[in-house]
Design a protein around this ligand. Structure first.
Ligand code: SAH
Length: 457
């Protein structure tokens, strides 16, 4: 007998929400058939409208919360569209932390077969709002008016927004100022469909420890009309601004920044600190968006590395060298590897800026460079990895298993690939000692972890 869905499109039904997916949608089951409902929370009784009924699962819209979860906040589902990029803002922060910690435990068990591993309580933020130090706000036009905010999920429609719950107030203020200045001067916003107009994005970066602000105006055209006037206004309205830059992106593309940047006023870079390490931030360089929690995470990585000053350390997927420079202060030598050439240039510059001379950096794939080093007889006592969401390449894991560093410290932004990779390391003679989840991105579904893995004796 062919299995069909027990619900159909446009059905209006009441359900009990049981679970939350890793991307924050509520899950309810009708005769065992799962329905995914964005903005619904586990434990809630809710009225929903079925939007799509596939064979094995369906999607529905939350219409009314009949019995709310104790974790539900005052932000109503209909308000959710006011703020971009915050999938969990309808959930209390306590609820978010509970959900993220539970997700880490479950995934380690289900994918990694690690039922007994010690998972510490997640470290959250005291103040989970306004933590971001960087915004990239798309600019467009609606009814003849310049608007700027965020893209509606899965669309190219811009929602006008004057504030973000998770951006630093200095960033919100800067974006509002640029928006008003260019709008008052009548400078046309970019029209994505026609590939016409001038202002594409407003970008702002803020060094929380230094109070330095950078503004980047991304234009389609080489010329930015009224640029002296814009600079004058920005300086008078934003006393913390240290750098004002125009970035030209004349291509028809979703990529935000183009290759050409023109300094309009001030310094080429702003500075910030994570712990006592100083970083130079240019318009194009990568820098962690939540430096407070980054410090918490990297201090954990440093603690797990347990350095005495005698160790040789490899930092794979090192980016601009954030972890490498943190570790270099306690290690004999650190070797960082990263695939993006510009990031390695930043890493070298940052090492110099901090007078750190025991960190060396190489451009290339971690899974190619580290096996090469190993073949040439270079060994590490401690190996740190901080891979992108897809986790470590298997060739790298196999080299680790052969090289046998005493400790591996795994910093992960995706618990599922962390669990998969831990399973491989466990089969290769390692033991996962403990895992520390850290909430780097409150109001979103993302969760970071730091894991300590030791070679079994
Ligand atoms: N540890 C850094 C960045 C980690 S993000 C920090 O804290 O800032 C992951 C990094 O891995 C990115 O910089 C990305 O460019 C890099 N990357 C992705 N694939 C890679 C590969 N195969 N080999 C080396 N680096 C890679």
């Amino acid at each position: 007998m062919k299995k069909t869905a027990p619900v159909a499109k446009n059905d209006y039904i009441e359900v009990q929400v049981e679970d939350l997916t890793h991307d924050g949608a509520g899950v309810a089951k009708v005769d065992g058939y799962p329905l995914f409902i964005p903005n619904a929370l586990p434990g809630e009784k809710a009225k929903i409208k079925v939007l799509k009924a596939n064979k094995g699962y369906g999607f529905a819209r939350l219409m009314e919360v009949v019995e709310p979860s104790p974790y539900r906040t005052a932000i109503l589902p209909e308000d959710v569209s006011k703020y971009g990029g915050c999938q969990l803002q309808h959930m209390s922060y306590e609820g978010q932390l509970h959900f993220k910690e539970k997700q880490v435990r479950e995934v380690l068990k289900r994918i990694g077969n690690l039922s007994d591993v010690k998972v510490h309580p997640i470290i959250g933020m005291d103040e989970p709002f306004h933590y971001r130090n960087k915004a990239q706000v798309p600019v467009g036009e609606k009814d003849g008016k310049l608007i700027a905010g965020f893209f509606k999920p899965r669309s190219h429609e811009i929602v006008d927004a004057d504030e973000s719950l998770i951006q630093h107030p200095a960033i919100n203020e800067a974006v509002r100022a640029v928006k008003k200045i260019v709008s008052d001067l009548g400078i046309p916003a970019y029209d994505e469909e026609k590939h016409k107009g001038v202002i594409r994005h407003i970008m702002a970066r803020y060094g929380k420890q230094t109070g330095e602000l950078m503004i980047v105006i991304v234009t389609r055209t080489k010329e930015l009309p009224f640029k002296e006037k814009i600079v004058q206004e920005l300086i008078s309205q934003l006393p913390h601004v240290k750098s004002i830059v125009q970035n030209v992106n004349s291509k028809k593309t979703n990529v935000i920044l183009g290759e050409q940047t023109n300094l309009l006023w001030g310094n080429e870079v702003i500075y910030d600190y994570i712990g006592n390490v100083k970083f130079a931030i240019s318009p194009l360089s990568f820098y962690q968006v939540n430096p407070d929690q980054t410090k918490v995470l990297y201090e954990k990585a440093l603690e797990y590395a347990g350095l005495t000053g005698e160790e040789s350390v490899i930092d794979a997927y090192c980016g601009i060298g954030t972890i490498s420079l943190f570790l270099a202060q306690k290690a004999k030598k650190v070797f960082g590897v990263e695939i993006v050439k510009e990031a390695i240039e930043d890493a070298r510059r940052n090492a110099e800026l901090n007078s750190i001379d025991n960190a060396e950096f190489a451009v290339g794939e971690a899974e190619t460079v580290i096996p090469d080093w190993y073949a040439k007889g270079n060994r590490a006592d401690v190996l740190v990895v901080d891979p992108p969401r897809k986790g470590c390449d298997e060739a790298l894991l196999n080299t680790i298993i052969e090289m046998k560093p005493k400790k591996v410290v795994y910093v992960s932004c995706n618990p599922a690939t962390l669990a998969r990779d831990l399973k491989i390391l466990e089969a290769g003679g390692y033991q996962t000692v403990e895992v520390q989840p850290v909430d780097m991105f409150p109001m979103t579904t993302h969760v970071e972890c730091c894991a300590l893995i030791k070679l079994k004796v």
